[in-house]
Design a protein. Structure first.
Length: 172
């Protein structure tokens, strides 16, 4: 039997790969809910990352009857709480809304946190309605597009996205 187990965790952030020793992480932050800021090496909880946006998350989640933990998990997974995030395919803001999708939902400014979260929650609500409140299919369509869901095509990136969002949702 081992009396001590060394646990290393690999966390992917945009580009840097960071390996940290779990024994160095404050235990008051749940293991699945922390990451290391690559610029400062500061250990940050996911709760800290989404807390500036909690009021908007809660208000719009209530308005559209969506679980705020799902919204927070999507927001964190998509942008790590960066309101100025832009993906390689052009998705923008906290919730990483594609410009055409945002425009069709009435979004005026993808980089305005309130507008972006409102649009993201509205879109999640539409997808939840379309997929009979099935979060799995909703996240699949959110990440890969409704056409891919209809065609049964799930990219490996989407599988990882769904797994991560669902894990985080259960932890929040």
């Amino acid at each position: 039997m081992f009396s001590t187990i060394l646990l290393s965790i690999t966390i992917f952030l945009s580009e840097p790969l960071i390996i940290i020793d779990a024994n160095q992480i404050p235990t008051e932050i749940p293991l699945m809910l922390r990451w290391v800021n690559p610029k400062s090496n500061e250990i940050i909880s996911i709760e800290q990352t989404v807390s500036p946006w909690k009021e908007h998350i809660n208000n719009y989640s209530l308005q559209y009857n969506i679980d705020p933990a799902l919204v927070a998990a999507v927001l964190y997974t998509e942008s790590r709480g960066n309101p100025n995030a832009v993906s390689h395919v052009g998705a923008q803001g906290l919730m990483q809304i594609m410009p055409n999708t945002g425009g069709s939902l009435g979004m005026k400014d993808a980089f305005d946190p309130q507008d972006n979260i409102h649009t993201g929650v509205k879109y999640i609500a539409q997808l939840m309605n379309h997929y009979d409140d099935d979060e799995y299919y909703t996240l699949w369509a959110w990440n890969a597009g409704s056409r891919r869901v209809a065609n049964g095509v799930m990219p490996s990136e989407t599988k990882k996205f769904i797994s991560k969002v669902m894990m985080l949702k259960e932890q929040l």
